[in-house]
Design a protein around this ligand. Structure first.
Ligand SMILES: Nc1nc2c(c(=O)[nH]1)N[C@H]1C(S)=C(S)[C@@H](COP(=O)(O)OP(=O)(O)OC[C@H]3O[C@@H](n4cnc5c(=O)[nH]c(N)nc54)[C@H](O)[C@@H]3O)O[C@H]1N2
Ligand SMILES: Nc1nc2c(c(=O)[nH]1)N[C@H]1C(S)=C(S)[C@@H](COP(=O)(O)OP(=O)(O)OC[C@H]3O[C@@H](n4cnc5c(=O)[nH]c(N)nc54)[C@H](O)[C@@H]3O)O[C@H]1N2
Ligand code: SF4
Ligand SMILES: [Mo]
Length: 763
C-alpha cells in the first residue's frame, strides 16, 4: 500500500484497451480529430465509453514533472514520468512534507484516471427527460451560453439566491466559490458537514485551533474509529506506519477489526456510537486518581473544577455497560495514557459524521489530551502553522445582503456559516420553505452518493429547474443533471499554488503533466467564460500564472524553482511550544484552553460533554456503519480497473457469522438490505472482524450511471440506505444512526462459492 513502485505501466495499459478495440497504438495516435468528428453521430453511450476520439499530444512537455496528487483530500507530492506525451509512471516526491515519500495505491493508479475510457470528453446538454441519458455533445460556447441564459432567467425571477452552489475542496474550488460570491448567492454548501465539521468544532472550541500530531515522538496513541491504515490521511498515516516499531503503543476502538486495528496492540470492539462513554470514563480515572498534569492545567486551561465534578458520574463500570469495553481495560488504558503523557495522542478522528452527539465526543477527546498536558509538546498534538502567500489583486465582490435559505445561524449558531449544512439546505428545498432556489451548480461533488438518503436528494433535484455538474466522470449526479461540463483531470491542469497548513506547512504546486486529452477545461477557465456571459467578467481578471507570480512574490523562491521542486516549505521539523510561551492567547473565548467551553455555554449547549445513549436498535436490526477502504476515494475511483482488480473485498457488505446463520446466508451471496429510508442489494462478506450487532456497508459502490463501467455499479449505494440525522451542534450528517435489516434475496445464493479474494471483475 505504501510502496513507491508502480509495476504497471500506463502505456501498456492504454495499448491493452486499444488492442481490444482493434486499434494499434500508432493508429490510435493518428486517429486524432477525425475520430471526434465521426463520434458526433455515434450512439448515445459513445460519449462515455469510446476511445476513438482520444488524442494524446505527442509533444513531450518534460521527462519528469513534479505535481500534486488530487485523487483524495491529501495533496501528496508526485513525480510524473512522461514520454512522448504519455504518462508512464507516477512516483512520490521523496522529501515532500505532506506525503513523506508515499504515493498510495490510488495515487499510483492516477494514470488510469487520465486514460479512463469512460471519462467525460466534451460538454453535454440533456435532450430527453432528466436521467434518461439522452445527451447532445455541445461546444463550450453553446453549453456556456445555454447555462448563462438559464441562470439569468432564474436571477430575474428569483434573485441571485435562486442559484445554489455546492462543492468539495480542491485547488480549483476557489474559482467556483468566487463565481458564487460574485453572482451574489448566499446559498453555498460545501462538504464539511458530510465529513469533519464536528471534529473541527469540538477541537477548535477547546484549543482554539485544530492540531496535527508529532507521531514520530509519541509513545501512546488512541485511535477511535480513525482507520489510518486504510482511510489515509497524510502525514498521519505515514508517520504512524513508521512508528510501528514497538516503542509506541496503539489502541484502536472500532466496531470492525480494520487494518489499523490489526496493527495495533489492542483492539476494542466498541459498541457503535458509544465512544463518548469511554472518553468520559478515562477522564474519571485520570482525574479521580490524580494523574492529570496539574501544572499544565493551572497555567493554560479554564474549567478544571467543573470538569472534575462533572466526570465523577462516569465510572469505568458505568462506561462498560454503555460501550461494551471492560471496566478494567478502560482503567488500565487511562492510567497508561496518563503515565506516558505528554508524549501521547488521543486522535480526534477525521470523518466525524457518526452520531447526533458527535461534536461532544470530539470535545471529550480534546479534553483528555488537555488534562494530561499533551498539547504543543513533543509526541503530542501540535498546532499547525501556515505559510502566507500572495494572491492577485481581485476586484472585490459586493457583500451578499440576502440571507441564507437555511436558518443556519438560528439552528446551528456555532456552525461554519460559509460551508452551510448540507442536510439543512436540502430540507429547506424539500419543504418548500424557500421557493427561491431553482438551480443547482455542482462542482467536484457527487451528492447522490455523499449525502445520506439519496431518495431525498433525487426528490430535491426533481424540484429544481436547472442543474449543472462539473465533473471528470459521468457520475450518478452528473447523469441526473441538465448540463455536464467536463473538467480536465489533475494531470492535465495547472492549478493555483496552495498554502497547506500543518505541523510542517507547505506551499503545494499542481502543474500540467500532459495536455488535455479531450475537449475539457480547468475550472478557472470554465468559471471565467461563464462569468463573462453573465456580466461578471471583471471578477475573473487574472490567469493561473498571475496566481503563481503573486505567490512567488512573497516567497524566497521563484516560480520556476517552485515548479521544479513541486513544493515549498520553510522548515524541516515542526516548531513546538509556541502556544505555551508567556502571553500566548488561545483563540477561544477566554484565551485559554477551555475544558469548559464558554462558546458552548453562550450558545445554550452543554459546556462540558454530556453522555447521551444512542437510540436502541429495534429487534432484529443492525447498526449500519459506513466508511471507506484503502483503494477508493468515496464514490470516486471504483471505475479504475487497476484498483478494482486488486481489491479483495470489493463492494462486499460485512456481516458477522451469527447474523449470517440467523438469516441463512453464505459468504459471497447477494443479500438484501432494508432501512426506513431505502433498499439495496449487495454481495456479503461473512467475517468475525465485525461486531455481531453491526453491518458495514463500504461507501462508493452501487453507482447507477450507465456512463460508468459495470464494475462501478456492483454492490449497494450506501446513501440509498442511510437516513437523515444531524449532529446537534454543527449540523453535520450523522451517518451511523440508521438501523438496517438484512435478508436473503431470491437467486442471491450462489451454490458455487468463489473465495472473495480470488474473484475478479473484468477490465
Ligand atoms: N455513506 C457515506 N457517505 C459519505 C461518506 C461515507 O463514508 N459514507 N464520507 C463523507 C466524506 S468524509 C466526504 S469528504 C464526502 C465526500 O463527498 P464527495 O465530495 O461527493 O466525494 P466523491 O464521492 O469522491 O465525489 C467526488 C466527485 O468529483 C469528481 N471529481 C474527481 N476529480 C475531479 C476533478 O478534478 N474535477 C472535477 N470537477 N470533478 C472531479 C468525481 O468524479 C466524483 O464524481 O462524502 C461523505 N459522505
Ligand atoms: N483510502 C481512502 N483514504 C481516505 C479517503 C478515501 O475516500 N479513501 N477519504 C479521506 C477523507 S475525506 C476522510 S474524511 C478520511 C476519513 O477517515 P476515517 O474517519 O478514518 O474513515 P472512515 O472509513 O469513514 O471511518 C473510520 C472507521 O470508523 C469506524 N466506526 C464506525 N462507527 C464507529 C463508532 O461508533 N466508534 C468507533 N470507534 N469507530 C466507528 C468504522 O468501522 C471505520 O473503520 O479519509 C481520508 N482518506
Ligand atoms: S493519499 Fe493517495 S490518493 Fe490521496 S493524495 Fe495521497 S497519493 Fe493521492
Ligand atoms: Mo471527508
Amino acid at each position: 500500500m505504501f510502496g513507491s513502485d508502480s509495476s504497471k505501466n500506463g502505456l501498456i495499459d492504454v495499448s491493452e484497451e486499444l488492442a481490444r478495440k482493434n486499434f494499434s497504438r500508432r493508429r490510435f495516435l493518428q486517429f486524432g480529430s477525425a475520430g471526434a468528428a465521426t463520434l458526433t453521430f455515434a450512439p448515445l453511450l459513445s460519449f462515455f465509453s469510446e476511445y476513438g476520439e482520444a488524442q494524446i499530444d505527442p509533444g513531450v512537455l518534460e521527462e519528469s514533472i513534479r505535481s500534486t496528487c488530487a485523487l483524495c483530500v491529501n495533496k501528496c507530492g508526485l513525480i510524473a514520468r512522461v514520454h512522448d506525451g504519455v504518462v508512464h509512471k507516477l512516483d512520490p516526491i521523496p522529501d515532500h512534507p505532506k506525503s513523506r515519500g508515499m504515493l498510495c495505491a490510488r495515487g499510483n493508479s492516477g494514470i488510469k484516471v487520465l486514460y479512463d475510457p469512460n471519462r467525460l470528453k466534451s460538454p453535454l446538454i440533456r435532450t430527453g427527460p432528466r436521467g434518461a441519458g439522452q445527451w447532445r455533445q455541445a461546444s463550450w460556447e453553446e453549453a456556456l451560453d445555454h447555462i448563462a441564459k438559464n441562470l439569468l432567467e432564474i436571477r430575474q425571477k428569483h434573485g441571485p439566491e435562486g442559484v445554489m452552489f455546492s462543492s468539495t475542496e480542491g485547488f480549483q474550488e476557489h474559482f467556483f466559490l468566487s463565481f458564487a460570491e460574485a453572482w451574489g448567492s448566499p446559498n453555498v454548501v460545501r462538504h464539511p458537514t458530510l465529513c469533519l465539521a464536528s471534529m473541527i468544532n469540538g477541537t477548535f472550541n477547546t484549543f482554539g485551533s485544530v492540531p496535527e500530531f508529532d507521531f514520530a515522538n509519541s509513545r501512546y496513541v488512541i485511535m477511535a474509529g480513525a482507520n489510518r491504515f486504510e482511510s489515509l490521511v497524510t502525514p498521519d498515516s505515514v508517520d504512524l506506519m513508521r512508528n510501528l516499531d514497538g516503542r509506541t503503543k496503539i489502541v484502536v476502538l472500532d466496531p470492525r477489526f480494520t487494518i489499523t486495528a490489526s496493527k495495533a496492540h489492542e483492539w476494542l470492539p466498541v459498541k457503535p456510537g458509544t465512544d463518548l462513554a469511554f472518553a468520559l470514563a478515562m477522564l474519571h480515572v485520570i482525574i479521580g486518581e490524580g494523574r492529570q498534569d496539574q501544572e499544565f492545567i493551572d497555567r493554560y486551561t479554564v474549567g478544571f473544577e467543573e470538569l472534575a465534578d462533572h466526570v465523577k458520574q462516569y465510572s469505568p463500570e458505568w462506561a462498560q455497560s454503555e460501550c461494551g469495553i471492560d471496566a478494567k481495560r478502560i482503567r488500565k488504558i487511562a492510567r497508561e495514557f496518563a503515565d506516558a503523557a505528554p508524549r501521547v495522542v488521543f486522535y480526534p478522528g477525521r470523518r466525524s459524521s457518526w452520531t447526533t452527539n458527535d461534536t461532544q465526543f470530539r470535545r471529550a477527546i480534546a479534553i483528555v489530551n488537555a488534562v494530561v498536558g499533551a498539547w504543543d509538546r513533543p509526541g503530542a498534538s501540535v498546532p499547525k502553522a501556515k505559510i502566507s502567500i500572495g494572491e492577485p489583486d481581485i476586484f472585490p465582490p459586493d457583500d451578499i445582503e440576502v440571507a441564507r435559505c437555511d436558518a443556519l445561524m438560528e439552528d446551528f449558531p456555532l456552525a461554519n456559516k460559509k460551508d452551510g449544512t448540507y442536510l439543512g439546505v436540502r430540507d429547506q428545498i424539500l419543504q418548500e420553505k424557500d421557493n427561491h432556489i431553482r438551480a443547482w451548480m455542482i462542482y467536484k461533488q457527487n451528492p447522490l452518493h455523499s449525502v445520506p438518503e439519496s431518495r431525498k436528494t433525487l426528490e430535491m433535484m426533481n424540484k429544481l429547474d436547472f442543474i449543472v455538474t462539473i465533473d471528470t466522470m459521468p457520475s450518478d449526479t452528473a447523469w441526473m443533471s441538465d448540463v455536464i461540463l467536463p473538467e480536465s483531470v489533475y494531470l492535465e491542469r495547472t492549478d493555483p499554488p496552495h498554502s497547506i497548513s500543518g505541523a510542517v506547512p507547505l506551499v503545494a504546486v499542481r502543474q500540467q503533466v500532459v495536455k488535455p486529452r479531450f475537449d475539457t477545461k480547468p475550472c478557472l477557465d470554465i468559471m471565467k467564460s461563464l462569468a463573462e456571459r453573465v456580466d461578471l467578467g471583471e471578477y475573473f481578471d487574472y490567469t493561473v500564472d498571475d496566481w503563481f507570480d503573486a505567490a512567488a512574490s512573497t516567497l524566497p523562491v521563484s516560480v520556476e524553482e517552485l515548479k521544479r521542486k513541486g513544493f515549498y516549505t520553510d522548515r524541516e521539523l515542526p516548531e513546538i511550544g509556541n502556544t505555551l510561551k508567556d502571553g500566548f492567547r488561545f483563540r477561544t473565548k477566554t484565551g485559554k484552553i477551555e475544558l469548559r467551553s464558554q462558546r458552548y455555554a453562550d450558545a445554550g449547549y452543554d459546556p462540558l460533554p454530556v453522555y447521551r445513549p444512542q437510540t436502541p436498535l429495534p429487534n432484529g436490526k443492525y447498526r449500519l456503519l459506513t466508511g471507506r477502504t484503502a483503494i477508493y476515494t468515496h464514490s470516486s475511483l471504483q471505475n479504475v480497473s487497476w484498483l478494482a482488480d486488486e481489491d479483495p473485498d470489493g463492494p462486499n457488505v460485512w456481516i458477522h457469522p451469527d447474523a449470517a446463520s440467523r438469516h441463512g446466508v453464505r459468504d459471497g451471496d447477494t443479500i438484501g438490505l432494508r432501512t426506513d429510508y431505502g433498499e439495496a442489494q449487495a454481495p456479503v462478506k461473512i467475517t468475525n472482524r465485525i461486531r455481531p450487532d453491526s453491518v458495514f456497508v463500504p461507501h462508493g459502490f452501487g453507482h447507477t450511471s450507465p456512463g460508468l463501467h459495470e464494475r462501478s455499479r456492483r454492490g449497494a449505494r450506501s446513501s440509498d440506505l442511510i437516513g437523515t440525522f444531524q449532529d446537534e451542534i454543527t449540523g453535520n450528517a450523522a451517518m451511523h444512526e440508521t438501523a438496517v435489516e438484512i435478508f436473503p434475496v431470491p437467486g442471491g445464493h450462489h451454490e458455487e462459492h468463489i473465495p472473495v479474494s480470488t474473484r475478479r471483475v473484468g477490465r
